[in-house]
Design a protein around this ligand. Structure first.
Ligand code: SF4
Ligand code: SF4
Length: 408
């Protein structure tokens, strides 16, 4: 094995456990550990658990507590991919234990959305059924937090809306990766992205061969299915990479999965190569701005925004590009909420047994938002926005929506 191969092998998550120094920094930065006494914490679960030789019948109940927020990864001075090790261990557990009906449902949102969209009025009936199900306590009985509203399906998908948009043709192109949330629940965010890119001289392409990034599958222990999603998505990203066309996402959990987590979880060179062709939407705009190519023909927006930076954006190590771009909007002021994780973490906060933990973690953010009394709350992550709505009765939006509206 060459030195290069050895270094690459060592960089993979499954090997990084050996780099653990037992400093406990991951533990002091874990929001779940602070909120739930029962959780033994990342160091004792991921790096230590990975070194032990458990038999099929052994269980480590703490494995179930991690929300995959990745605060531990960012805190680790030794570069241990703690959360990914947790996910690998969780998947190992589910190789020998059955999944619950609840987890099956939370993991397979894309499957359900596709089925409903294939039936006339399927999503309308589903939205109605979810309201009834909530009031009758059906979700609660399935292990889903009945206090929450399930995300409503949009009346048409982003893919359908996209076909109606008349874009100016351009040699400069990007492929938009909408992810499940934008495609099935919030297509207006994708429409806003297309407008912003068009204003910057880009034509947006949509590749309907992409599927769910696999994040909901990974966190519920369906790793083999997530691997299938990864292989499909990576092959599509590489196809576009060969043509010199970048793939851009507006959901920070999707972009993290496509550019970083696939490679950490599965360690394939193709995943690393594909990850280099994936960008967060504001990261891409910030790059244009650095080259003097960002369109600043923008109307004034005399408002003060409070920005909750999603954990999965922080983990990408690209700073806060939306803040840089908002500096280009005349009159707009942005303050960072800067109080850590919102507690929702994808489908974690939907689990009935994790609801109280999720809300306890979110308390600091809820108080910050209420005290700030900003004109608007912005956040790039769909489930963070759900948590903010639930905990504060405010209505946060994706920053791309603000920018799209502001363009002349
Ligand atoms: S922060 Fe990193 S090095 Fe420190 S205990 Fe956690 S995993 Fe080990
Ligand atoms: S990913 Fe988040 S919840 Fe999981 S161990 Fe790390 S810090 Fe704790």
């Amino acid at each position: 094995m060459s030195d290069k191969q050895m270094i690459e092998e060592e960089e993979r998550a499954i090997y990084t456990g050996d780099h653990c120094l037992s400093c406990t920094s991951c533990m002091s930065n874990c929001p779940v550990m602070a909120a739930a006494k029962e959780y033994r914490g990342p160091k004792l679960v991921a790096p230590a658990h990975g070194r032990m030789h458990f038999s099929e019948d052994d269980t480590e109940l703490s494995l179930d507590f991690c929300s995959n927020c990745k605060s531990c990864d960012r805190a680790c001075p030794s570069g241990v991919a703690v959360s990914t090790l947790n996910m690998l261990q969780r998947a190992e557990y589910y190789r020998h234990h059955p999944h619950s009906q609840r987890d099956d449902m939370l993991a397979h949102g894309e499957r359900m959305a596709k089925r409903l969209n294939a039936i006339p009025l399927g999503t309308t009936f589903a939205n109605f059924g979810m309201s009834i199900g909530k009031s009758l306590g059906i979700f609660d009985s399935m292990g889903i937090a009945g206090k929450r509203d399930m995300p409503k399906y949009a009346s048409s998908t982003f893919a359908q809306e996209f076909k109606k948009i008349q874009q100016p043709k351009s040699d400069k192109k990007v492929v938009f990766y909408p992810g499940c949330s934008i495609n099935y629940n919030e297509p207006h965010i994708g429409v806003a992205f297309v407008k912003v890119m068009n204003k910057n001289g880009y034509e947006v392409l949509l590749d309907e061969q992409f599927n769910c990034c696999g994040s909901p599958l990974v966190v519920t222990g369906y790793l083999d299915e997530a691997h299938e999603h990864a292989e499909n998505n990576v092959s599509r990203i590489l196809y576009w990479k060969q043509q010199g066309i970048p793939v851009v996402a507006c959901c920070t959990s999707c972009s993290l999965m496509l550019r970083q987590e696939y490679e950490e979880l599965f360690g394939e060179q193709a995943m690393k190569d594909a990850g280099e062709n994936v960008y967060d939407a504001f990261e891409f705009l910030e790059m244009l701005d650095a080259e003097g190519k960002f369109n600043t023909n923008i109307n004034a927006v005399n408002q003060r925004f409070l920005y909750h930076v999603p954990c999965h954006l922080k983990t990408q190590g690209i700073g806060t590009p939306a803040v840089s771009i908002f500096r280009r909007i005349p009159g707009a002021k942005v303050e960072l909420a800067d109080v850590g994780c919102c507690g929702m973490s994808g489908n974690y906060g939907f689990k009935k047994d994790k609801y109280d933990i999720s809300m306890k973690i979110g308390e600091k953010l809820f108080s910050r938002i209420k005290a700030a009394a900003a004109d608007g709350v912005i956040c790039d992550c769909p489930t963070c926005r759900m948590q903010i709505r639930h905990g504060t009765q405010t209505d946060p939006v994706h920053p791309i929506e603000v920018l799209a509206k502001a363009y002349k």
